[in-house]
Design a protein around this ligand. Structure first.
Ligand code: MG
Length: 200
């Protein structure tokens, strides 16, 4: 059993910001749909959730999206457009680095897809420095579904109050609290940092 708490970080809007309108603009340039329609499509179609739950492979996701929006280029070009939407949040990645240096275990716990992970791994050095990674597309379940929280507990060999969990989505935090995790709703880095430190 762990004596130190382990730190569980959501990725999007916690460690990196993202903006799908950038992807929509780039993809739209080679599609039947305009940027706004494309952005709306990405937000409302079940395709992205199917991809991030592992129900669609990268190739299947691409093929369905290509047909739906009339994209005229290949998977490689699409991948670049689709994944290049992230910017690091240094106040939070710096905080994770400090915690890791102090000997705390840190984990990534994310609803995401393999294109995003590949892109982030290649472009953001902070991403290499975690003890483990739990991704929805690999587990086959998305937060707030219990299966992905179970996968996180197994990977960290920890449960209940041993996990300090940071996420920006209230429904995900609720699911963590329901398992007895110490879950913190991320609103801004200064507040989150103070809240985490008070629990160490
Ligand atoms: Mg998030």
């Amino acid at each position: 059993m762990n004596t130190n708490p382990v730190l569980v970080f959501d990725l999007g809007k916690v460690l990196v910001d993202f903006d799908y309108s950038i992807a929509a603009e780039n993809i739209a340039r080679h599609s039947r749909l305009g940027p706004r329609e494309l952005h709306a499509f990405l937000g409302s179609s079940p395709l992205l959730a199917d991809y991030e739950s592992g129900r669609l492979s990268r190739e299947e996701f691409f093929k369905s999206l290509k047909e739906a929006v009339g994209f005229q280029k290949g998977l490689l070009e699409f991948s670049g457009f689709f994944a290049d939407i992230f910017t690091e949040i240094p106040l939070m990645t710096g905080f994770q680095r400090e915690l890791s240096k102090q000997g705390f275990q840190t984990y990534i716990f994310s609803n995401t897809n393999d294109l995003a992970v590949e892109h982030i791994r290649k472009n953001f050095p902070f991403f290499a420095d975690f003890n483990g990674y739990v991704y929805s597309f690999q587990v086959g379940a998305m937060k707030p579904q219990p299966a992905i929280y179970e996968a996180m507990e197994s990977m960290a060999c920890a449960k209940g109050r041993e996990l300090i969990y940071i996420d920006d989505r209230p429904e995900n935090i609720e699911a963590g609290l329901a398992r007895g995790w110490q879950a913190i709703l991320h609103e801004d880095p200064v507040k989150t940092r103070r809240e985490v430190i008070s629990r160490l």
